[in-house]
Design a protein around this ligand. Structure first.
Ligand code: C5P
Ligand code: C5P
Length: 461
């Protein structure tokens, strides 16, 4: 079997269905995945509905309807096939489209997942796109599907390691470019916010790459721009963003940053990256590029409004978009507060990890994002673990862990560590080497960090 065979098998399973229920996850990858599958079903005239869950676990399985529709699990399911089996779901009732580590069960559920074939930089929305394209290679909405797939991939950090998408995910971006929905900008400054962040903010917020003298220093970023004679405002007084610059201005900034980094012996290999722009979207809005678009979807999903995000993916630029903007503002504010809380309070350092308990200050749906952002300002050698309480279940504690590629290269596997540690105490977890999460019983939270620390210590090479 090849990855292509699996995609074909899943596509046929969907095409043969009388009705479909798409079960998806509430983050940017899950929301774009849902939008892709719903569009694919609509275009194939298959009646479809969808359900979003925070995580597929015993408690949320009740949202998966017990009807005769084909259950298409997307961006989840690979690691939870035991739950499908426990419910007695048969092979012909299920199709899994995912990118998480898969689980071995007796029932041979059909699954399209790039992971086992070495496509580790292809998220669920990317696999969903390949399934949709297989269902109809001359799909009338291929450009729109490619755009959603790129947002999902970028949202799940698939472009981070190589400063751009690679493999099948990059080919999807190229499909979008051909269809006119995506513009691929090469050799740009590797930063977040190229469509909405004022230049000095865009520069001073950079932590990957870290630019000595500019990162975390807005005033120095301003001086740097002034020296290069780059206007920070348009003639009309609007703040300019990276996307507004002409090629000479971009080159001047990149050369200046490179000099500044080289002067202090920094590695400049992460200074440049590829960006994915959506030319049909209005300039200056968060929908203009893939990473900011993904943040808006995360804001909707993580704050319990995934359908608002889904409507935006399906093209709503009125009511849903306005709500999405509002969710985005709120999301950014709370994430900033959480970062500040972690940095002000400080983490507890063990020999191989650092941890912090935020109790009920922040919801379980965002602690992973806050953990990832805080880690970029903390000791990167020690993976961060953030624990919090769940507002709808006093018996459980949510755990989120994040590390970075350098530590993964040294043997760290957060998915394996969290899964082993949580299963020993009656909890459950999963995810990726670089980012993982778990739910554990509250009466077992004491000593949990130490347990994970021991496992991580053994993993380190
Ligand atoms: O797999 P799950 O999609 O829900 O992962 C969500 C988060 O995991 C992403 O928002 C991202 O922060 C992190 N992640 C990552 N690198 C990967 C995969 C996931 O940082 N390769
Ligand atoms: O929730 P968080 O963003 O920390 O999740 C990181 C990764 O861990 C995601 O891929 C998510 O799907 C996975 N996860 C899991 N089981 C859990 C919690 C999170 O597989 N109980």
């Amino acid at each position: 079997m090849t990855f292509e065979d699996d995609i074909r098998a899943v596509a046929h399973q969907i095409q043969d269905a009388d009705a479909v229920t798409v079960i998806s996850h509430i983050d940017a990858d899950g929301i774009t995945s849902e939008a892709i599958m719903m569009q694919a079903c609509t275009d194939a005239e298959i009646p479809a509905k969808s359900v979003f869950v925070r995580q597929l676990e015993p408690m949320t399985m009740k949202y998966v309807p017990e009807d005769s529709s084909l259950k298409v699990f997307i961006d989840l399911g690979a690691g939870q096939q035991n739950l499908m089996e426990e419910r007695g779901m048969r092979t012909e009732e299920v199709a899994i489209i995912d990118h998480h580590i898969t689980q071995n069960v007796e029932t041979p559920y059909l699954q399209a997942n790039g992971q086992p074939y070495g496509h580790t930089q292809l998220s669920a929305a990317g696999v969903g796109y390949l399934v949709a394209k297989e269902m109809n290679p001359r799909h009338p909405h291929l450009g729109m599907l490619a755009k959603n797939a790129v947002v999902g991939n970028v949202g799940d950090m698939m472009a981070r390691e190589h400063c751009g998408l690679t493999g099948p995910a990059r080919e999807i971006a190229a499909d979008g470019e051909k269809a006119g929905t995506i513009e691929i900008l090469q050799r740009q400054f590797n930063s977040y916010g190229i469509s909405t962040r004022p230049l000095r903010i865009c520069l001073s917020y950079s932590d990957d790459p870290f630019i000595p003298g500019i990162s975390n220093n807005e005033l120095k970023a301003e001086t740097f721009l002034r020296k290069l004679e780059i206007e920070e405002r348009t003639a009309g007084g609007r703040q300019r963003v990276w996307e507004d610059l002409d090629q000479d201005e971009k080159s001047a900034i990149i050369n200046g940053l490179a000099q500044q980094m080289l002067a202090t012996g920094q590695d400049i290999s992460r200074l440049l990256a590829e960006h994915y722009i959506f030319p049909e979207e209005e300039r200056g809005t968060p929908l203009r590029n893939a990473s900011e678009y993904a943040t808006m979807l995360n804001a909707c999903g993580r704050w319990a409004r995934p359908r608002v995000g889904s409507a935006v993916c399906a093209g709503d630029r009125a009511q849903a978009y306005r709500e999405g903007e509002e969710m985005l503002r709120h999301h950014k504010r709370i994430i900033r507060e959480m970062m500040e809380y972690i940095l002000d309070t400080g983490t507890i350092a063990l020999s191989h990890i650092q941890h912090i308990h935020v109790r009920d200050r922040f919801p379980d749906t965002i602690v992973g994002i806050g953990a990832g952002m805080a880690l970029s300002k903390l000791d990167f050698e020690k993976p961060i673990m953030v624990l919090c309480y769940l507002n709808d279940d006093p018996e459980l504690v949510k755990v989120s862990m994040r590390t970075n590629t350098r530590m993964v290269e040294r043997g760290i596997d957060l998915q394996a560590a969290l899964m082993a540690a949580s299963e020993e105490i009656g909890g459950g977890g999963g995810g990726h080497k670089i980012a993982a999460g778990a739910y554990i019983p509250r009466n077992a939270e004491e000593g949990f960090a130490e347990r994970v620390n021991r496992i991580i210590a053994e993993q380190r090479r």
